[in-house]
Design a binder for this molecule. Structure first.
Ligand code: N01
Length: 543
């Protein structure tokens, strides 16, 4: 690393933003290539989304044996997952282990927020600036900023008057939060709310849940992993993980080849019941192969979950409030829970439907809905994220001719292959808009992207190419393809964070490439054919 004394600009080959799954593996690969790099991470620890989202009940909805890196055999063998779905502390411990095992920490700057990055076309270099005024001069600017890292922060009138504690699931404190004897309000019933509500209910004297839209949720069927199944997976892990890469969502979704629309009512009921009570969680989506493609098939899945909610929740009025009526199963991300619907049978839990009774303001002692003040000692926002683009849009990123990324994405985000933005040479977006990102087992999608970026950088070095950039035509055609694929599915017909409709003013575009295995083949083919179709520049030498 070269640190110039005069202007305190640190010269490296690459800056990676973020020390989650993506940033850690990217740094590892860059080092293998001999590329000097540093991760800049705003948290005070590594782990990314698993560093911040430490709310009670936080747990992954992809199985732990699959939701882990596959790149290193020894790592795969030595780490032992304890539960079918890993809880947040275990995943965070795993990522800390990875940072130590591969000696990554010396090249990670924590508590470091990137505020700006500007491309200097004459020098084909990026100038990256942090909140503390540090400046880096690099050839590659790599965003490993995560898809769910920028929380939305709704604000109600009178919020500053509230005398109790306000918490965000997405920014949960590091110390234990004990709700014993407290009256707690939770706003939001997506995955974070649905995971935390049963646990908060078991601690609090009273829990009031404020729901704007009910979600579909399926029991996770979590359990301790058996020693035998762990040993078997370790023995076969190469094949097991290769199999992930061939799947539509990069995890082992057991898809029943039958159509729900062809099945008899008895057959449908039996299969849905098996998925609900034995398989659990996202496996519900594989009950029939047409659930995510055909609205009639999806309606059968909806009807089954609605019946389940009504059979579990004892109070009929509460059950009706919890029944989703305005979207398909899977259109909003399917939630995976442990005892969520049962929680509403507890005498200390109440559900308020914000569509019938909107919050008018916060008061000193609680939340005002209509004429009533719901008393609260603590309010938990489980209101979600400015997904996919939120973290990047908050950095002042300027490409060629000073074009701002936020301006280019004003009417909808796009990136060729989900990896490179036209007008922004040598800038890579890991799991960016236009890639399968959140509709996958993220660790697999991340590894795949990191490998792609690493191979691209090796190619550029080998060929003495200074800068690579996607063309505007490539990007436009790619995003059209992404949209066309999504239109043939059930993912686009509702308000969801997938399409940005949860963030006021955000353009509503569905930028997720549905189908990991197809996508992976596409980007590998493109790389194998060579990079000649990109705009390449080899004249100016890197400074
Ligand atoms: O966020 P969400 P999340 N007033 O956007 C409501 C991943 N994740 O943090 O639907 C009142 O899903 C909002 O209502 P509506 C996973 O991919 C994974 O829960 O917009 N309510 C919704 O009910 C997940 O999908 C895991 O009408 C407001 C809720 O808040 C993603 O992160 C665990 C509101 C937000 O739900 C996001 O989940 C946790 C307002 N002003 C998270 N604004 C697992 O691996 C929003 N809402 C299992």
């Amino acid at each position: 690393m070269h640190q110039a004394g005069n202007d305190s600009v640190i010269t490296l080959d690459a800056i990676v933003v973020g020390a989650g799954f993506a940033g850690l593996y990217m740094l590892h690969r860059l080092r293998e290539l001999g590329v000097t790099a540093r991760i800049l991470e705003r948290g005070s620890g590594v782990g990314g989304t698993w560093y911040w989202n430490r709310y009670p009940g936080a747990r992954c909805d992809v199985e732990s044996l699959e939701y882990s890196y596959k790149f290193d055999d020894a790592l795969q063998q030595e780490w032992v997952w304890t539960e079918r779905y890993a809880a947040q502390p275990e995943i965070l411990a795993y990522l800390n282990h990875v940072a130590d095992r591969f000696g990554l920490r010396p090249d990670i700057a924590l508590r470091t927020t990137v505020t700006a990055a500007a491309y200097d076309e004459a020098r084909a270099r990026w100038r990256v600036t942090t909140e503390d005024g540090e400046r880096y001069d690099v050839r590659y600017f790599i965003a490993a900023t995560g898809c769910l890292s920028e929380p939305t922060r709704p604000r109600y009138p009178g919020q500053e008057d509230f005398a109790g504690r306000i918490l965000y699931t997405s920014r949960w404190p590091r110390e234990d939060v004990d709700f014993s004897g407290q009256r707690v309000a939770v706003i939001g019933t997506g995955s974070s709310g649905i995971q935390s509500i049963p646990i908060i209910a078991s601690q609090a004297s009273r829990l009031t849940v404020f729901q704007r839209t009910p979600s579909f949720s399926v029991p996770a069927c979590n359990r301790p992993l058996l020693a035998d199944e762990v040993a078997k997976t370790k023995l076969e892990h190469q094949r097991f993980r290769e199999h992930n890469l061939e799947q539509a969502f990069a995890f082992n979704l057991f898809v029943n080849p039958r159509n729900a629309t062809d099945a008899s009512p008895e057959e449908r009921e039996a299969e849905f019941e098996r998925r609900w009570s034995a398989f659990g969680g996202l496996q519900f989506l594989g009950a029939f192969q047409d659930i995510l493609l055909d609205s009639d098939a999806n309606r059968e899945a909806q009807a089954f979950i609605r019946r389940k909610i009504r059979s579990i929740v004892e109070d009929p009025a509460t059950a009706e409030m919890l029944v989703p009526t305005d979207h398909a199963v899977g259109c909003k991300r399917l939630c995976s829970d442990t005892g969520y619907y049962e929680t509403y049978n507890r005498p200390n839990v109440e559900l308020i439907d914000l569509r019938a009774d909107p919050i008018s303001r916060f008061a000193r002692d609680g939340i005002v809905v209509g004429e009533r003040t719901v008393a609260a000692d603590a309010i938990v926002y489980a209101t979600g994220f400015d997904a996919i683009t939120g973290a990047l849009s908050r950095i002042d990123i300027r490409g060629r001719n000073g074009t701002r990324l936020a301006d280019q994405w004003e009417y909808g985000a796009g990136a060729y292959l989900g990896l490179m933005v036209a007008g922004f040479p040598n800038f890579f977006t890991i799991t960016g808009p236009g890639s399968p990102s959140v509709l996958t087992n993220m660790v697999m999608a991340i590894e795949d992207h990191v490998d792609w970026v690493a191979n691209c950088i090796r190619y550029l070095d080998d060929e003495a190419i200074t800068a690579i950039e996607a063309t505007a035509e490539q990007q436009t055609a790619w995003m059209q393809e992404v949209a066309a694929i999504a239109e043939a599915t059930q993912f686009t017909g509702c308000n969801s964070w997938y399409s940005g409709s949860n963030v006021p003013g955000k353009p509503q575009t569905f930028t997720i490439y549905v189908g990991f295995a197809d996508y992976r083949n596409r980007i590998r083919e493109i790389a194998e054919r060579g990079y000649d179709t990109f705009a390449l520049r080899s004249t100016a030498q890197p400074a």
